[in-house]
Design a protein around this ligand. Structure first.
Ligand code: NFS
Length: 677
């Protein structure tokens, strides 16, 4: 061996991922070690060997035409007044960064909203009774949503008001909902759900979305070579598109899913790779649309399938989920969470995954390469999301024969159970959790069944036991330590009496850490929040579902405004938002609709705007003057929490309730003093 190749080998040896350095989760650390022992590459290895492009990270690479890519790096001696960076066409760094940013919003809004459209189409199939698989499950929710969409739930007949036929209502709701994607007149109906002053701001700014598809298409037009060249005008359209996501496609997805599959209500379950069972057929559902996973849940619980699994030597069927589809089936059926976005390859590396069923979004193509090393059947199910690798099986799912499709998939997994190799290693780690919260259950828990309202929550915010409310959401990102940002921010917030509403992979991370249990309040919370959690019996971190369910956060915040005492608009509330480990374009769309809804929103890791300081300043400072909400980028998670708390305190002060918080603490002390006296 030559000296040179020894050096290469030595260097290679040094480049082994240190599991402790890339994740805080013990199960993940164990499985990274396992992947190394088996010589299987994962995202953690790739993140080490491939560094991100520094120019792309800052948002200043334009590849929107064939003359580029034009790269506009920030020079060390950058000075705003003399910044002459431009692409071949003359596009400035601000234009380039803004174009890239709003394209991310378009992609994110498209992902959420196309998901929403699929649900609306299935809803229509159910309303027309073209399928036996899907039925209107939650009639109460249907009757609640119908009037919002302008569908009457009663009619006048012979001078009497009578209830309309539920099937008729469902059909009309389906038509109205589907219309929102492409209607030719007016603006989105659901915008009416926001507080009136918020609607006025949107109207004044000219950002009321006309229909969902149009706003996405218009971004693609405006960011084509040589169209919109004003970063403020670009971000205006970005806002309109993001609102079409949050108050449109995502909100419709959530509502229609609730009507079809049931509105979530708190239930108990478990989280982390340890939920897999060695003696069961393990089916992992991964992706985002509950349309298929609902059917798999139903089918895998049938006697027919359970008997078949036993026939094949398994004790039963263990379903579990990864990413947001996991959150969907958790919140409605208590199906355990197998892991977050960054654990998807590791779930296969357990050697115990008999089938991984994927639909759309957040699915690694490398799953196919990992599956090749095991007996795992990797099954794609969606016509718009296939994989090129030959070992991937495609079973296209169609709502007209949903049960048959689901049966085919479950049978395939059961048949595969006996093909397991000897290399099974399931980490033992898992944590208990309570999930399934939403506007309805918060009302119930904090208001009681007879007076289900948000008054109690508001009361406790006003009296200072709850300092404020934070929405902490979003992905994992392999460029930062897995789950560390999520858990640090959330723990810091609840320690400071901030109630946390969570969705997406943040919710899964919190679940894995045990933060979704009422018991965690005694360990992690400040005295005010602890007291509330103990009295009411809720966790300090409320799991509201998947990323499309961020719409639940918007509606919960609207209920807080309605309940009174905390201002007239969302931007008056002592609330803040955060995505500590974001990575997907969906997160950017979510961030923008939170900002445009009046919320201070801080992202961790990185934000592709830092190479265009003027545009960045516009997002971070100027938007506050327009919407009352603004973006921020803070790498250190503790600092993220600190800034969120500072914002919450700023809002408390503006509401005149900053003193109340101190008074409560003094009241308790005073009471003690009185008792002593
Ligand atoms: Ni949200 Fe869900 Fe997770 Fe991020 Fe992906 S699963 S839609 S995008 S990675 S939170």
């Amino acid at each position: 061996m030559s000296e040179d190749s020894k050096v290469v080998k030595a260097e290679k040896k040094e480049k082994v991922v240190d599991p402790m350095a890339v994740t805080v989760d013990a199960a993940t650390q164990e499985m990274i070690r396992r992947s190394q022992a088996l010589g299987i590459e994962t995202v953690f290895d790739r993140a080490m060997t491939m560094k991100p492009c520094n120019i792309g990270t800052q948002g200043i690479c334009c590849k929107n035409c064939g003359m580029g890519p034009c790269r506009l790096p920030l020079t060390k001696d950058y000075d705003e007044a003399s910044d002459e960076r431009k692409g071949l066409c003359g596009a400035t760094a601000n234009t380039v960064a803004a174009r890239n940013f709003v394209r991310m919003i378009a992609a994110g809004a498209a992902a959420h909203s196309d998901h929403g459209r699929n649900v609306a189409e299935v809803f229509m199939t159910a309303a027309r009774k073209e399928t036996d698989a899907y039925k209107i499950k939650d009639i109460n929710k249907l009757l609640e949503v119908a009037p919002v969409l302008g569908v009457a739930v009663t009619i006048e007949k012979d001078g009497q008001t009578i209830d309309r036929d539920v099937d008729e209502i469902a059909l009309e709701v389906a038509e109205k909902a589907l219309n929102e994607w492409g209607k030719t007149d007016g603006t989105l109906i659901y915008l009416n759900r926001a507080p009136q002053p918020r609607q006025e701001i949107w109207k004044k700014q000219g950002v009321l979305p006309r229909n969902i598809d149009r706003e996405i298409v218009e971004i693609m037009h405006r960011t084509h070579m040589g169209v919109d060249q004003d970063y403020k005008n670009l971000i205006k359209q970005g806002t309109r598109c993001a609102l079409a996501d949050g108050w449109g496609g995502s909100m419709l997805a959530t509502d229609l899913q609730d009507i079809l599959f049931g509105t979530p209500f708190p239930n108990v379950s478990e989280a982390n790779l340890g939920v897999m069972k060695e003696d069961h057929v393990n089916i992992i559902i991964h992706g985002h649309e509950p349309v298929l996973s609902e059917m798999i849940v139903a089918v895998s619980q049938t006697k027919e399938m359970l008997d078949y699994a036993k026939e094949k030597g398994a004790k039963g069927i263990q379903l579990s989920g990864i990413c947001c589809t996991a959150n969907e089936i958790l919140q409605r059926h208590g199906v355990p969470l197998c892991g977050t976005f960054l654990q998807q390859e590791l779930a296969i590396i357990t050697g115990a995954c008999d089938a991984m069923v994927v639909d759309v979004q957040c699915v690694f193509q490398n799953l196919a390469n990992v599956a090749k090393c095991f007996h795992t059947k990797l099954i794609t199910t969606h016509p718009i999301a296939r994989m090129e690798q030959e070992n991937v099986i495609h079973i296209e799912f169609d709502e007209h024969h949903a049960i048959e499709d689901a049966k085919k998939i479950v049978r395939l997994a059961i048949d595969n159970f006996q093909n397991r190799g000897s290399e099974v290693m399931i980490p033992r780690h898992k944590s208990p959790l309570v999930a399934g919260f939403g506007v309805e259950s918060i009302k119930y828990h904090l208001g009681g069944s007879f007076r289900g309202t948000f008054y109690t929550l508001n009361d406790n915010i006003i009296n200072g036991r709850i300092r404020g409310v934070a929405g902490v959401v979003g992905c994992n990102n392999a460029r930062t330590k897995h789950n560390e940002g999520h858990l640090t921010v959330v723990k810091e917030l609840i320690k400071n009496d901030v109630l946390v509403l969570t969705t997406g992979c943040n919710a899964i991370a919190c679940a894995m850490e045990g933060l979704l249990t009422p018991e965690s309040a005694a360990v992690y919370c400040g005295p005010g929040l602890k007291e509330i959690c103990e009295v009411v019996g809720i966790p300090p971190v409320l799991h509201l579902g998947s990323c499309v369910d961020n719409s639940r956060i918007l509606l919960a915040a609207t209920e807080v405004v309605k309940a009174g005492g905390l201002g007239k608009d969302l931007s008056d509330l002592p609330v803040a938002g955060c995505a500590p480990e974001w990575m997907s374009e969906k997160a950017i769309s979510i961030g923008q609709y939170f900002v445009a809804s009046g919320v201070y929103t801080v992202f961790g890791v990185t934000l592709p705007v830092t190479g265009a300081p003027v545009f960045q300043k516009y997002l971070f400072e100027e938007l506050e003057k327009i919407y009352g909400g603004m973006w921020d980028l803070v790498e250190d998670p503790k600092e993220q929490a600190r800034k969120m708390i500072a914002h919450i305190d700023k809002k408390r002060k503006a509401l005149g309730i900053d003193k109340a918080r101190e008074r409560v603490l003094m009241d308790m002390a005073d009471r003690q003093k009185l008792e002593v006296a």
